[in-house]
Design a protein around this ligand. Structure first.
Ligand SMILES: [Zn+2]
Length: 134
């Protein structure tokens, strides 16, 4: 059984957007990051290389994306890309991904974790902003 109801997501957007999103998924633009309960989080590489964060609630709940199109229209092709990718992926691997990351991080010392976060803050503006609480 599919995680997402494709028809319900198609109704939210222009058919061409959905088809474009599905093609993006098939081209490998979607990185499925986590599944917690019915919430799927994914990183989607946009058509000009921008990276967007998509959060969707299965099977046909709320959907969010960080792209300008979502802000303007309340739906976007990146959501279609995630619906398509999640419905064809090995979800077991995705479900375990954050747990594996957590387990890996738990092996590091407190000092090593701090240094990793400082390095991320130095090189990733969004991490710096988040860690400074701005
Ligand atoms: Zn989007």
């Amino acid at each position: 059984m599919s995680l997402f109801e494709v028809e319900a997501w198609k109704e939210r957007m222009d058919e061409r957007w959905f088809d474009t999103g599905a093609a993006m998924a098939e081209a490998g633009a979607v990185d499925l990051v986590s599944i917690e309960d019915d919430k799927v989080t994914a990183h989607v590489t946009g058509s000009v290389g921008d990276l967007y964060v998509v959060q969707l609630w299965a099977p046909a709940g709320e959907g969010l994306c960080t792209c300008p199109g979502f802000e303007k229209f309340g739906a976007c092709k990146h959501q279609a890309a995630v619906v398509t990718a999640a419905n064809t992926a090995d979800l077991g691997k995705v479900r375990d991904r954050m747990a594996r990351l957590r387990d890996g991080l738990a092996l590091d010392s407190r000092e090593a974790l701090i240094e990793r976060l400082i390095e991320l803050a130095r090189t990733q503006p969004a991490v710096l902003t988040a860690l400074e609480g701005r």
